[in-house]
Design a binder for this molecule. Sequence first.
Ligand code: SAM
Length: 217
Amino acid sequence: MKRQLEPELMEDEAQVKAYAEADFSQPHQNFVSLFNEIFCQQHDYVLDLGCGAGDISYRFAKANPDCIVHGVDASETMLAWAQKDPRRASIKNVHFFNRYLPAEQLPRSSYDAIISNSLLHHLPEPQVLWQTIKQGSQPKTKILLMDLMRPARLQQAQQLVQTYAANEPAILQHDFYHSLLAAFTIEEVQAQLNAADLALACRIISDRHFIVYGSFN
Ligand SMILES: C[S@@+](CC[C@H](N)C(=O)[O-])C[C@H]1O[C@@H](n2cnc3c(N)ncnc32)[C@H](O)[C@@H]1O
């Protein structure tokens, strides 16, 4: 099945509200735990690319209180939700920035760790993500990215929506379905990494997710 693009930025208020209020606690907390399992080290400055409403940024900052997390996104609607998150009162080591990627300048010139969840499938040109990772890295920067995998057939995408989102609002089901169609296959991601000359590992972790991880050389 060919990749079908979905709108790059998530700016519609109803769509963002549904996304920000959805319960992603399990996959998002797993993502943070996975980072700490793979790297188990202290990280000073952490960049969260395509942070959306900031749920992972807050979770990462809470789990790693000695680090400073910079969440970047180009959607003002998403960033407004991130800024008004009630966790902001207690989790102080997170800052949000409006950046459209590729960006001439990131909030810092380099980071100790870069994380990203579900940005890649939004990008019409995937090298934007890999080149931004190179831009924000320094030797030994820790990298962890997670995204959806595109199924081989439309029926498989419909089945995944039934299995994992049947009880979610229609707008979230619609988004999930179109995100699956916009996602990359694992072979495409491997080819992107080769083209970017990034020596990172790529691993399938569920029936719909893969991760890319490793240290920047
Ligand atoms: C599916 S959301 C993921 C949000 C968050 N990482 C999470 O896991 O909840 C993808 C986000 O990427 C943002 N995005 C897409 N293309 C972008 C670009 N070129 N520059 C900056 N942000 C972008 C969208 O606005 C959206 O907030």
